[in-house]
Structures are given as C-alpha cells and as structure tokens.
Design a protein around this ligand. Structure first.
Ligand code: ATP
Length: 260
C-alpha cells in the first residue's frame, strides 16, 4: 500500500538576493509531515536564509513559500499569527532574553501568544523544560548561568512552548561537546516520535545527520541539488557532496551509524 505523504512546507522557485549576491535561484523543496529533514551545504550556501524565509523573516525576491498551505507573507496579521503558532524555532544563538529567568523565557510565548495567565504559563514552562531534559532548578536561573548544552535545551523548551507541529532548528549541536550533541540528537528523535513533530534541521554535523534524519537536502549552486535518504544523497555525483560525505569525517560517521 502506498500512503500519500502530506506536504507541510512547499517552496517553489525561490529567489533570494542580497545586493549583487545571489543566495537562492529557483530553489524548490518539499517537507513532509512527520519527517526529520536535514539541510546541509557549504558555508554561505543559504541554509539559514532558507529557514528564515520559510518562517517569514525574509521576504524573497521571487517564488513562493507555503507552510501548511498558507503563504505567510500574504496573510493578514491575525491569520499569520495563527499559522506561526503552529511552528517553533530554535535559532543558532539560542536567542533567550538575558534579563528573564529560563522559565520566564519559556513562559513568554504562552503569555503573549496563548494568552495564559502568568502563573499557569510558569507551571507549563516547567513541563516544557522537563520535556527538553532540563532539571527543575534550571528554570529559576538566568540563561547566563547555564552551560551551552543547557541553553540549547532551554531554547528547545521555548520552541516547544506552544505545542508546535513543525520544529525549525538552526545548527542545534554547534558548539556542543560530542556527548551533549549525541544526547541532543536522541532527544530530537524521541520528541519527533512522541509528539509527531516535523523537524527542519540545519546542520553541519554529520553524526546528527546519520543519527536523526529521514532525508537530507543538499544546498548547492543556489538550489536544492538533492533531497533523499542520506545513503542516496551520499552517492550524488557532485564534488561538494563527495568531499562532505565521503571525506574522512563522512566515512567515520557512516561507519558509526552502521555499527550503531
Ligand atoms: N540580511 C542579510 N544581508 C546581507 N547578506 C546576508 C543577509 N543574510 C545572509 N546574508 C548572506 O547570505 C549568504 C547565505 O547566508 P546563510 O547564513 O544562509 O548561510 P549558511 O548556509 O547558513 O552558512 P553557515 O553554514 O556558514 O551558517 C551569506 O553569504 C550571508 O553573508
């Protein structure tokens, strides 16, 4: 039996330019409900710009982006905000407010977007922090007192605050030691399996790709060169893909994945 895959993100003919620099040129991509898709490509190929365009932070020069069938940039504010509540974003820096405690950071979207009373939002924030694997006392601290790995988890808790259907992660394991990175990877898979999330994951981390992703999309020459399961993508006849997947690090990650 062939089951239809539901497309939750549809990118068609995307063009992004900054001054004379072309970042995307006629880029197409589909993301399916429930999958973890890894976005890879050399530095500066436009992975973060693609993420930011999909979530409506960058207005493209041309092309169309639909999330849950809706073009965010053409929606009136109230309808746009309803769609925005259906996804959560973890930015590269974590982007937590330093003047708030970790729990207050997580509670903020619950107060501002879901309209919860502050006490209820704080209580729910504790649940989200636990879901992201943080101890109870972490919620009472300011972000400056957390380790890099804990900041990522706190930012993840905030991205999960409104029970999103899609989770956008921009290099979530960058700067983490290998053990913390592996723990974060397995948390993402557990959350996807438990909550049925769709995960759009920008990463350079080969171990993350092998251990979490159902499909990998390679950005090269301003578009998506290939989007397929990792073993298939690794066979693509392209110099960057070959250097990345079949260089020493790529081979080590493949071996580790096939051993595990
Ligand atoms: N707001 C902006 N104004 C001008 N140029 C920008 C802007 N945002 C991104 N760029 C440029 O667009 C290109 C793509 O940036 P992007 O951050 O998407 O790359 P990336 O693939 O995520 O890179 P990395 O892997 O190094 O994080 C870069 O050359 C960057 O300098």
């Amino acid at each position: 039996m062939v089951t239809e895959r539901e497309t939750v993100i549809e990118v068609r003919g995307l063009v992004n330019r900054f001054g004379t620099q072309t970042v995307h040129d006629n880029l197409d991509l589909d993301v399916y409900r429930g999958e973890i898709i890894g976005i890879v490509g050399g530095s500066g190929t436009g992975k973060s710009v693609l993420l930011r365009t999909i979530v409506g932070l960058v207005r493209p020069l041309a092309g169309e982006v639909r999330v849950f069938g809706e073009n965010l940039l053409s929606l009136p504010a109230e309808r746009r905000s309803r769609v925005e509540r259906r996804f959560g974003v973890l930015f590269q820096s974590g982007a937590l407010f330093s003047s708030l405690t970790v729990a207050e950071n997580v509670a903020l979207p619950l107060v501002e977007h879901a309209g919860l009373p502050r006490m209820d939002a704080q209580r729910l924030a504790g649940v989200k922090l636990a879901l992201a694997g943080l101890p109870v006392d972490a919620g009472r601290k300011p972000p400056s007192q957390l380790s890099g790995g804990m900041i990522k988890r706190a930012a993840l808790a905030r991205a999960l605050a409104l029970d999103p259907e899609i989770l956008f992660l921009d290099e979530p394991t960058a700067g983490l030691d290998p053990i913390s990175a592996a723990a974060f990877d397995s948390l993402i898979v557990t959350l996807r399996n438990a909550l049925g999330l769709t995960v759009f994951l920008v990463t350079h981390d080969l171990d993350t790709l092998y251990s979490t992703c159902d499909r990998v999309a390679v950005l090269s020459q301003h578009r998506v060169l290939a989007a397929a399961p990792i073993d298939e993508v690794a066979r693509t006849d392209d110099p960057w893909v070959q250097a990345y997947f079949n260089g020493p690090r790529g081979r080590a990650a493949t071996l580790a994945a096939h051993r595990g």
